[in-house]
Design a protein around this ligand. Structure first.
Ligand code: ZN
Length: 362
């Protein structure tokens, strides 16, 4: 076959493949991130045998094509590779009554409601964590599920977190901006203690209450929630929290109030990625997603009347975004002067929900 003919035939196969994908995914809401983690697992478990067969046939040749760069097709090939594995598994098991049916192997685990998610030592950057004995908790929405897992990270709340250190950047390079850790440092406290509101309440207590309110709001709107800290304390440092989100959630939102020492409420903002680390992986591949998510959340907060600080963002070199491989943002929802009554936190949750819905196209 000539090269031109081959290119044309591959293009035609991709067109057919796209059509099959569109038909097969007719009930899925498309979003900016294409397939998400929960989506893949759910889709495979719902796909009928006949659909699998037709998709397998059309994909057997396409799988040899490695030149495609189209994100959606690449994702779907990954999904279908998972189907190949699951079909082989089911053929091996046939109908032995003494072997319990189990979830097909999809490369993306199917999580149960309220499942405890521990660090997996094979995950990228897992070895950079200093505190990783704890677990996050996955909450699944009861109805109108969007198949999107939002990682909700209540900032701080890790006993012993300020006495151990982790690398600021995965590659060991120095921090580019000041913050709770000075610029030029290569290590930072694994999890700092957080600030204290002027009424004596600790930041970690307020971030946890905020996380609970946001969790319930997300669940009621069909989002699944990965509660990174589901109690007053979790033994997961900032690296571990980020690595777990990277591998389980579709986005990662950490909740904070700024410890700026100001005597007035300066308003909400998100921590943007500083220019100095935009060439460093995994930041280089993901910083735009981080900033788009952050801007969307700040827009939502502004829409519900929350005060916004300056332009709504401040560029700081954070451990969280330095290790994130999914859309990830640190939200500063005010400072030690801010009101943190449930009424205000409910309003913040409204704003964050508006931002999340806008980000995912709802
Ligand atoms: Zn904080």
């Amino acid at each position: 076959m000539s090269k031109v003919t081959r290119i044309i035939s591959v293009s035609m196969m991709l067109t057919v493949l796209s059509a099959i994908i569109l038909v097969g995914c007719g009930n899925r809401h498309s979003d900016k991130t294409g397939f998400n983690k929960s989506d893949i697992a759910e889709t495979i478990s719902q796909t009928s045998e006949s659909e699998k067969g037709s998709q397998m046939d059309s994909l057997s040749e396409d799988n040899t094509d490695t030149e495609t760069t189209d994100a959606e097709i690449t994702d779907t090939e990954a999904e279908d590779s998972g189907q190949t594995a699951s079909e082989e598994d089911s053929q091996e098991e046939t109908s032995n009554p003494y072997i319990a049916a189990r979830e097909p192997y999809t490369r993306v685990p199917v999580y149960e409601d309220m499942e405890h998610i521990y660090m997996n030592t094979t995950w990228e950057y897992a070895d950079h964590s200093a505190i990783s004995d704890g677990y996050a908790v996955l909450y699944k929405a009861a109805g109108e599920r969007k198949n999107i897992i939002v990682g909700v990270n209540a900032g701080h709340g890790t006993a012993g977190g300020s006495s151990v250190r982790t690398l600021c950047h995965p590659d060991g390079s120095p921090k580019s901006t000041g913050g709770s850790t000075a610029a030029g440092a290569t290590t930072a406290t694994a999890v700092s203690g957080g600030m204290t509101f002027y009424d004596g309440t600790s930041e970690s207590e307020v971030t946890f209450r905020m996380a609970q309110i946001l969790r319930d709001r997300l669940l009621s709107q069909g989002y699944d929630v990965l509660m990174v800290r589901d109690d007053a304390d979790v033994q997961l440092d900032n690296v571990a929290r980020t690595v777990i989100c990277n591998n389980v959630a579709d986005c990662h939102i950490s909740l904070h109030w700024d410890g700026d020492g100001l005597s007035y409420d300066k308003g909400c903002f998100y921590i943007a990625v500083p220019d100095a680390i935009k060439d460093m992986e995994p930041v280089a591949t993901h910083w735009q997603q981080h900033n788009v998510l952050g801007a969307s959340l700040v827009n939502g907060l502004g829409d519900v009347g929350m005060k916004i600080h300056g332009s709504g963002s401040m560029a700081i070199d954070l451990t969280q975004t330095s290790y994130s491989t999914i859309p990830s943002v640190d939200m500063e929802l005010g400072n030690a002067s801010s009101d943190h009554s449930d009424e205000t936190l409910e309003n913040i949750a409204d704003g964050l929900m508006a931002g999340i819905n806008a980000y995912y196209g709802y």
